[in-house]
Design a protein around this ligand. Structure first.
Ligand code: ASP
Length: 337
């Protein structure tokens, strides 16, 4: 039987880093060298794999629209030649990148698995090889057809994932969506929650550098201080609110911001600071003003997914009203109403 082929895109992150005077830094060529020396990576039962190293390799804090486009473009270019893709990425912004690619890669019918590690693979006790090997196997399995994030035995939907821990091996969770698979002695796929393969033609939607913002609400926030940043340049703002979408103070306090957003055509998206559960505008008086001002309810979307979705929808060229409408629709498994 012909061996399955997986393409590994290596973008940077702890997994391939080496110690330096300034702390861990990416090192070109290092990861390939280590992988070539690891027996498991040459195991006859492991799918065939090729590694494409991005240049420069980056700490994921430096990854944004330009790099997402590079990842998306590379996958689109190599799409027919491989059964699946693994993206090696730093953990800090992995959930943003996985969310971005879940929108960018339209009608996906092959797995794209993001992974990385908490300890570099060149160091003792690294979790890197285990994460890569399982990701490669899942990418070749033909059982998933979406952008996922694999870490520490769990396969999560990419646009539902969030980084929960800066030091535990189990760094990620998807608080509002079930795992897609768990890797124990066997890899158990939950076929009932995995998205079906895209039916239309696979397509890559390039992202543009859309001016958007995220504002976290906190006790004592003086909304008037933020009025000046609500310029007409801002296409969208994600408000991270309390609980089910609540903001402090009387409705009057936030009115100037809401008015400015309306006058400028800025889309306001209401997410929650709670990791679990959903936004429900109008349940409390403290969210009524947002509802009346036409803010968009993100339901149970993560902030990462809401940010990526704003980039995506504006990059598609939709006007503000269409963006508002689509923000509240489930496009690729990112929200439940
Ligand atoms: N700072 C690193 C990064 O996100 C952390 C990691 O990879 O775990 O690139």
């Amino acid at each position: 039987m012909k061996k399955k082929r997986v393409c590994i895109l290596y973008t940077g992150g702890t997994i391939g880093m080496i110690p330096s005077d300034q702390g861990y830094v990416p090192a070109a060529g290092k990861l390939k060298m280590v992988l070539n020396g690891v027996q498991t990576m040459q195991h006859p039962e492991l799918p065939e794999w090729d590694l494409i190293e991005f240049s420069p390799l980056l700490d994921s804090s430096d990854i944004a629209v330009k790099e997402w486009n590079e990842m998306g473009r590379t996958i689109a270019r190599l799409y027919q030649g491989y059964d699946g893709f693994v993206v090696l990425h730093g953990t800090d912004t992995m959930a943003y990148s996985a969310s971005a690619l879940s929108f960018m890669l339209e009608n996906l019918s092959k797995p794209v698995i993001f992974t990385g590690s908490q300890i570099p693979i060149s160091q003792l006790r690294s979790d890197g090889i285990d994460n890569i090997v399982n990701s490669v196997i899942i990418a070749a399995s033909g059982k998933v057809h979406e952008v996922c994030l694999y870490f520490n035995g769990k396969l999560l939907r990419g646009n539902r994932s969030t980084k929960m821990s800066s030091d535990q091996f189990g760094a990620f969770e998807s608080p509002n969506a079930p795992y897609l698979a768990e890797a124990g002695i066997n890899i158990r796929y939950r076929t009932n929650v995995i998205r079906p393969a895209g039916e239309g033609e696979f397509r890559f939607q390039e992202f543009h550098e859309i001016p958007i913002g995220v504002l976290k609400i906190f006790p004592g926030i003086q909304f008037e201080l933020f009025e000046s940043i609500m310029t007409e340049k801002l296409k969208g703002v994600v408000l991270e609110t309390f609980g089910a979408g609540n903001i402090p103070g009387s409705a009057d306090a936030i009115l100037p911001i809401l008015r400015k957003a309306r006058d400028n055509g800025t889309v306001l998206v209401i997410c929650s600071q709670c990791l679990k559960g959903s936004v429900s505008l109008g349940t409390y008086e403290t969210s009524a003003a947002l509802k009346e001002a036409g803010a968009v309810c993100a339901y149970d979307m993560t902030t990462e997914a809401a940010v990526a979705k704003l980039y995506y929808l504006f990059s598609c060229g939709y006007d503000a009203d269409t963006v508002k409408q689509k923000m509240e629709e489930d496009l690729v498994g990112e929200l439940n109403k």
